[in-house]
Design a binder for this molecule. Structure first.
Ligand SMILES: Nc1ncnc2c1ncn2[C@@H]1O[C@H](COP(=O)(O)OP(=O)(O)O)[C@@H](O)[C@H]1O
Ligand SMILES: O=P(O)(O)OC[C@H]1O[C@](O)(COP(=O)(O)O)[C@@H](O)[C@@H]1O
Ligand SMILES: [Mg+2]
Length: 455
């Protein structure tokens, strides 16, 4: 594993507080590169488009809610086809790589990079990939994936030895950090190789972009587990259904699955600390809800309550090969705690069923809307690389696809902001306690400035 290295930032300041956080271009370090007319203008399918190409000066604003006197803030270069390209078709030798955990839509992105390169730019040399026809109907990734094992020098040696000049890297926060150091090494070696990142994560914790692909599909699949938990719980006296959903450091899947379902009585996420015993605690709430409704459903993100687990179990502080924290099974732990608590109470017999769909929500093919999203991501990445941009991640910012410099994607991870309206919607839909005292809430409001939340 490496680090982000000596990334050179391209920031353009304009009047009235306008800031463009631009992405690198091959001509930044290789002067006098020849350009060619974009072949897209000869493509029959695109002849209906009023304006073939994105204006070179188009940018996408990160901030869309503004006041009369507020600065216009950060902008990113708009994604899309350019009039001039820096590669001719038969010069391009592309490769595609997928890293990290699985995510619905990986095969669609692969397929659409291949199809985009071929149909829009006449490129046929794409390393190791022949037939992509129906791969979008399958979950997983046809290329395989892994955690750990990053050696920048060897990777760039291999790119150089094979004559690859466009690298498409699909992966999450770890992968985008890897992509950033690969780009930096390529720049230092002065190679004409465009590096494009396509952000992937089931947890939806990549900053700046509106949402990551596959997230909607995962939230939809999570409904099946929640529905089963609800059916089980409501069919038996004092039934409790506990569903554990993915989310290592953030609770977006749990939050959206809860809001999508409306059958959930309590949603627990890593960002919102909770406690079990005493007034305002989880046990008290469970007892109250069972008395009112006779059953309840709890959704818990896998990263929630890890501090409580560490207190009662021996914390092992283990990591996977990529340095991600390995978590204790909070779903199993909380199910045992609830069962033990009510067994000790004697006055209330409960029936608890624990459902852990884990990999089922991410090992499935993407739904139709994620497929469309993946297609746009792939095409934006291809347009960017062919136009000579490099060292960028592509993604929608306020609904418009943009090229975002790696440093912005890699500087932090997105989390649910529990002082934002979206979390309030959850609390209001479940009517669960916030588990926060007035003092703690005030502290959260002070400490956590609003950061982007999907939706
Ligand atoms: N800080 C880092 N610098 C360079 N490469 C990294 C870094 N963190 C992770 N990687 C590499 O990125 C790849 C995927 O990372 P991982 O965290 O498993 O998945 P994800 O990309 O989904 O976050 C691994 O090969 C890992 O070695
Ligand atoms: O068992 P694995 O493959 O390491 O993946 C499990 C973890 O990956 C995640 O899905 C997140 O990883 P990604 O950001 O790579 O999608 C977590 O929610 C989960 O804890
Ligand atoms: Mg990760």
């Amino acid at each position: 594993m490496g680090h982000s290295g000596n990334l050179q930032l391209k920031v353009v300041n304009g009047d009235a507080g306008y800031v463009l956080e631009d992405v690198p271009h091959l001509t930044d370090y290789i002067p006098d590169l020849p350009t060619y007319p974009n072949p897209l203008q000869f493509n029959a399918a695109y002849s209906v488009v009023k304006q073939y190409f994105v204006n070179v000066d188009d940018t996408v604003s990160q901030k869309i809610v503004v006041h009369k006197d507020s600065p216009r803030g950060t902008h990113f270069r708009r994604a899309g086809p350019r009039q001039k390209v820096y590669f001719v078709s038969d010069e391009v030798h592309a490769c595609i790589v997928t890293c990290g955990g699985l995510c619905p839509g990986l095969n669609t992105v692969i397929r659409e990079i291949v199809c985009g390169l071929y149909h829009m730019y006449g490129v046929s040399k794409i390393l190791g990939i022949d037939v992509v026809n129906d791969i979008h109907k399958r979950g997983g990734t046809i290329l395989g994936t892994s955690r750990g094992g990053h050696d920048t020098s060897k990777i760039v040696d291999s790119i150089q030895d094979r004559g690859i000049n466009q690298v498409y890297i699909i992966g999450g926060d770890g992968t985008q950090k890897g992509a950033a150091v690969i780009y930096e090494e390529i720049r230092q070696r002065g190679l004409k190789v465009a590096v494009a990142g396509i952000p992937k994560t089931i947890d939806n914790d990549i900053p700046v972009i509106d949402k990551s692909f596959g997230f909607d599909t995962a939230v939809e699949e999570a409904q099946r587990a929640i529905n089963a938990a609800h059916v089980e719980a409501e069919s038996i006296e004092n039934g409790i259904g506990v569903v554990k959903l993915m989310g290592r450091y953030c609770g977006f899947i749990a939050m959206y699955a809860t809001l999508g379902s409306r059958d959930v009585d309590c949603c627990l996420i890593p960002e919102s600390p909770f406690y079990l015993e005493g007034e305002g605690g989880l046990y008290e709430f469970i007892e109250k809800r069972l008395k009112e409704n006779g059953h309840m459903v709890i959704v818990i993100a896998e990263g929630a309550g890890q501090d409580l687990l560490a207190e009662s179990l021996q914390s092992m502080n283990q990591q996977d090969a990529s340095g991600n924290k390995l978590l204790q099974d909070v779903g199993l732990w909380i199910s045992h705690k609830i069962k033990d608590h009510f067994a000790r109470l004697h006055k209330m017999a409960i029936n608890l069923k624990y459902i852990d769909p884990t990999y089922m929500i991410r090992a499935i093919p993407s739904n139709a809307s994620d497929n469309v999203y993946c297609t746009l991501l792939a095409q934006s990445a291809v347009h960017g690389a062919v136009a000579g941009y490099t060292g960028f991640t592509v993604g929608p910012v306020n609904g418009r696809h943009a090229y975002i410099p790696f440093n912005r994607i890699n500087e932090r991870q997105n989390q649910v902001v529990i002082t934002d309206r979206m979390w309030a919607r959850v609390l209001s839909s479940t009517n669960q306690p916030s588990f926060l005292s007035a003092n703690e809430l005030a502290k959260f409001k002070r400490e956590k400035p609003s950061c982007p939340v999907v939706g």
